[in-house]
Design a protein around this ligand. Structure first.
Ligand SMILES: Nc1ncnc2c1ncn2[C@@H]1O[C@H](COP(=O)(O)OP(=O)(O)O)[C@@H](O)[C@H]1O
Ligand SMILES: [Mg+2]
Length: 234
């Protein structure tokens, strides 16, 4: 459903992505792993339309979306849960969720999605009048994912959903990602924690300094020498 073909992205003329290609098939969970500063977030932001392409194409369901504005990509089914969550801390949980549906016109459909989000995360319904900034890190991440789902995406981009979250909740968040995927949403997940990502991903890509250096199934990557040396302590 998503094909990223040879994209290049730079910040103030300094290249951050050199020649990135990847694909996500319908129904897949695909992970991008790699340490800090290697271009994982830049890749997701480029797919969402927040970073301009110097070269390459981004194709969603046979349509080149690489020059479309972010809100048009949201309308076509790409929704991103950004790094660091980027909630509106002084707005309520309910209002943050509503804002996730900003591209949608049909209020009955939005209400249906809201019920689905509350089923997935009952705590968001209990706390719907609470200010987002007063919730725990894990609850805020659930809210950020819920807000992303309010756009009714076909493809959900998740940037380090386990960042700053208690280990017990990380498992719950990853389980929820699997549950979201089971409803038919394809997932592109960025994670620094390679083992956790590979535990739920169908396939993964390893990024280093703006390049994809490895691609494979979870098992293939766990057995690769590069991954063993760089990420699993020899
Ligand atoms: N807004 C920005 N301005 C300038 N450089 C940036 C900006 N965002 C990221 N970079 C640089 O781009 C590279 C990739 O960063 P990033 O995509 O955030 O990596 P990751 O998500 O893997 O940690 C890094 O060298 C980083 O310093
Ligand atoms: Mg990042």
């Amino acid at each position: 459903m998503l094909q990223v073909e040879h994209i290049r992205v730079s910040y103030q003329r300094v290249p951050a992505l050199h020649d990135i290609s990847l694909r996500v098939a319908r129904g897949e969970i695909v992970a991008i792993v790699g340490g800090n500063g290697n271009g994982k977030s830049t890749t997701l932001r480029a797919i969402a339309g927040l970073n301009r392409l110097d070269a390459g194409r981004i194709v969603l369901a046979d349509r080149d979306v690489g020059t479309l504005a972010p809100h048009d990509r949201v309308r076509l089914g790409i929704s991103m849960v950004p790094e660091g969550r980027r909630l509106f801390p002084r707005l309520t949980v309910a209002r943050n969720l509503e804002l996730g549906a900003y591209t949608r016109r049909d209020s009955a459909e939005v209400a249906t999605t809201l019920r689905q989000v509350f089923t997935l995360f009952p705590v968001l319904e209990e706390r719907r009048r609470q200010l987002a900034g007063t919730m725990s890190g894990g609850e805020q991440q659930m809210l950020a994912i819920g807000r992303g789902l309010m756009a009714h995406p076909q493809l959900l981009l998740l940037d380090e959903p386990s960042w700053g979250i208690a280990p017990k909740l990380v498992t719950k968040i990853l389980d929820t990602i699997v549950a979201i995927n089971a409803t038919g949403v394809s997932i592109l997940l960025v994670e620094q924690n390679l083992r956790r990502a590979l535990a739920i991903a169908d396939r993964a890509y390893v990024m280093q300094t703006g390049r994809m250096v490895l691609e494979g199934s979870g098992q293939e990557l766990l057995e690769s020498e590069l991954v063993k040396q760089a990420y699993l302590g020899g």
